[in-house]
Design a protein around this ligand. Structure first.
Ligand SMILES: [Zn+2]
Length: 330
């Protein structure tokens, strides 16, 4: 799903979607980098934590043009060396941009969850798929351009040339092997600041939340999104993780998509995930389309059309996932 959504941004014609991310200092040691609202379901937020000696970056934007802008801003914001980059999970909108960050900060150590570390070939494959996508997209645009009247071709020629120039910088991108693989709660010393890396198998098989106790702040990424994508989730473990996370001594929670949250907001994704499980369980022989239609309307987001569209897609994926989980148990 995320791959599908990011693919939309990949299209050359979608470059109009480019918009600035906002850098917000949310606590003494933490900057939150938030996607503009209209991109919030397409690309991810990041967090930058800086101690006295080292900085840790959580995630990178998945859309590479955005990542380039992000890296330029990152250089300005860093007060200490970037010692670590961490992937909150393996979805492309969080992970792939880290390959570009690694290229610019080759000394930064890559931290991943064990489930990603054990299957790191999947990260290489995702990245190669993305790069192949660029090649195909450029080829397709060139074909389309050639069918246009001569005066219209001019504009497209410029666009395609710019896309090719961008791609040239990316074509040899590759992830370096992860330096730290997290399978249990792990402390990281950033210089007069300890952060705690907390592994879960909730939104995906391998999620890492980052607790900055001194700042009463938690980076929960997609596990804590107000409208999370549940298509690859482990409902039981996820609900338990949300309970655990809401007990932590924090006041601010940073999601993977959307704006800064407070701890009590975690009841929103929890209620929705519980409702999906309950709805599927109560109607075991009902098909997915009907389950989507009959799902309680009170969970439908009241905000913009984008949220409504994402909601329907995410709900369908979530119901499929819950059905799948119910059948494997039988
Ligand atoms: Zn995700």
């Amino acid at each position: 799903m995320r791959q599908y959504l990011s693919a939309l941004v990949l299209c050359l014609s979608a470059t109009g979607l480019q918009a600035q991310q906002s850098w917000q200092t949310v606590s003494e040691h933490v900057d939150f980098i938030e996607q503009p609202a209209k991109l919030r379901f397409y690309d991810s937020n990041q967090a930058l934590i800086q101690g006295d000696r080292c900085a840790l970056l959580v995630d990178a934007p998945g859309e590479f043009t955005q990542t380039q802008v992000f890296i330029a801003q990152l250089r300005k914001q860093l007060r200490v060396p970037l010692c670590y980059v961490l992937a909150s999970h393996a979805h492309d909108d969080h992970l792939l941009g880290l390959a570009l960050v690694q290229k610019h900060f080759p000394d930064a150590q890559l931290i991943v969850h064990q489930s990603l570390g054990d299957n790191f070939h999947l990260a290489h494959e995702q990245l190669n798929e993305r790069l192949d996508g660029f090649v195909k997209s450029i080829a397709l645009s060139t074909q389309r351009m050639e069918k246009l009247p001569e005066q219209e071709q001019q504009v497209w020629r410029g666009k395609i040339a710019r896309a090719q120039a961008r791609f040239k910088q990316w074509q040899s991108l590759a992830f370096s092997t992860p330096d730290k693989v997290i399978s249990q709660a792990t402390e990281l010393d950033l210089g007069k600041l300890n952060v705690e890396l907390l592994p879960f198998a909730a939104h995906t098989q391998g999620d890492i939340a980052v607790l900055v106790r001194d700042d009463k702040l938690l980076i929960g990424a997609d596990m804590v999104d107000m409208l999370p994508y549940p298509g690859e989730g482990n409902y039981q473990a996820w609900l338990q993780a949300l309970d655990e996370l809401s007990q932590l001594p924090v006041t601010q929670v940073l999601p993977g998509h959307g704006s800064v949250l407070v701890t009590s907001d975690l009841t929103t994704p929890k209620a929705w995930l519980e409702a999906i499980v309950a709805h599927v369980k109560a109607n075991p022989s009902t098909d997915v389309a009907t389950l989507v239609e009959t799902f309680p309307k009170r969970y439908q987001p009241q905000d913009d059309e984008l949220a409504q569209r994402a909601y329907v897609m995410f709900l369908e994926a979530g119901i499929k996932r819950a059905k799948q989980a119910a059948t494997t148990k039988d």
